[in-house]
Ligand binder design. Sequence first.
Ligand SMILES: *Cc1c(COP(=O)(O)O)cnc(C)c1O
Length: 463
Amino acid sequence: MNKWEELDKKYIWHPFTQMKGWLENPQLVIDRGDGVRLYDTEGNEYLDAISSLWVNIHGHRRKEINDAIIAELDKVEHSTLLGLINEPSAELAEKLVEVTPAGLDKVFYSDDGSTAVEAAIKIAFQYWNYAGHPEKKDFINLGDSYHGDTVGAVSVGNVEVFHKAYKPLLFNTHRVSCPSFFHSKLGARSEQEFLQMLLQELEDYLKEHAQHTAAMIIEPLCQCAAGMLMQPKGYIRGVRELTKKYNVLLIVDEVAVGFGRTGRMFACNQEDVLPDMMCLSKGISAGYLPLGATLVTAEIFNAFLGEPTEYKTFFHGHSYTGNNLACAAGLASLKIFKDDDVIAGLPPKIEVIRQHFAHMQAAEFVGDARQCGMLGGIELMQDKGQKRPFDPALQMAAGICLNARKYGLIIRNIGDVIVFMPPLASTAGEIDEMLTRLTKSMEEIFAQFRGQNVKTFSDPCAF
Ligand SMILES: *Cc1c(COP(=O)(O)O)cnc(C)c1O
């Protein structure tokens, strides 16, 4: 155990981690990064197939972003947005309004995804007071949704394992069916029929309850933290049409799917959706520094205008709101998106993922290998025909992810779903290498499960 592992194990409580297992097992210490590679303190190299938990976009230590942060650091490290303006936050706000769907006109900064969602919830609630409908105060969310860990964000989420410990602390929401066809128990025979059932269910609820509903919150196209659950085409458009028809705000949480992950700049672009609010974080600073943003329409913003004594102020903000360095990183990231035409370069990379996933789908214990642009989820099942999961005690996906480290791959699971989310800057060759390494690890663990001798495959399509 080196010095840092000792210090870590002595002092740190890790996020989303059962610390007993952490303390009992050897852990990696990351020393440095370069492009899509990470290096541990022993000098071993790893491909970063989860973008350092979904945040990295243009690779590690990208010169343009490093330079932008250093340039800002030479001017000032932080200056508050309470009563003052700073240059990078003003410029980044202009650029965010430019790149997001037309109609989102104002930017409220916060520190991370949870706080971007928390701000959206409070804005929606307060907005209806000023819009003359104080009775509109409830929220609709999706089955198996995840929107962050602060108490409001947990309230609008419902990933059972994350949330059951906090139930008594949370406010109630109305939950509609999770829009994942693969997991659905609604009995639809086709994805098209499934879509119609989902929208019918939503409309039935809105007809009765829209008058006391403030907003519906969705993570569009792919519900990432719930296990990369994919929505049928037309779903977010349908939800937008219904929420508009029944006068309910639509909050779109693009914290994970935003900034190119789905193959377009934002998931909303895929179905030409203009939400009333959009929550951004993770990729916003290209994985450099914590930053969140909640974008709103002019209509929402204007409802909060008034005299000080009307107390229409949005009473919310954080010490580091609009931090100079984080905003400088965000600006540099958006410049790279433009200069390198990042989105236009994605299709060949997306195709490599598609090909690998098609082979994986044929594997005995892969129930579903699903993809949405640069986002992927590989769900393991003991009996894929019956959709029967593995015994959770086997920790199949976790075992595959840990085993992949010896092949030089950093990847993580959520339950028995392996999440694949490479930096957008990964080349097609690097993506091919990541999935080849994953396939090797997967086949090895599958072979162990079958009780066969462990074999190593050099061909990713070997099974
Ligand atoms: C990660 C995530 C959040 C929470 O963001 P944090 O920065 O971890 O607070 C919220 N919503 C979605 C969809 C996320 O993926």
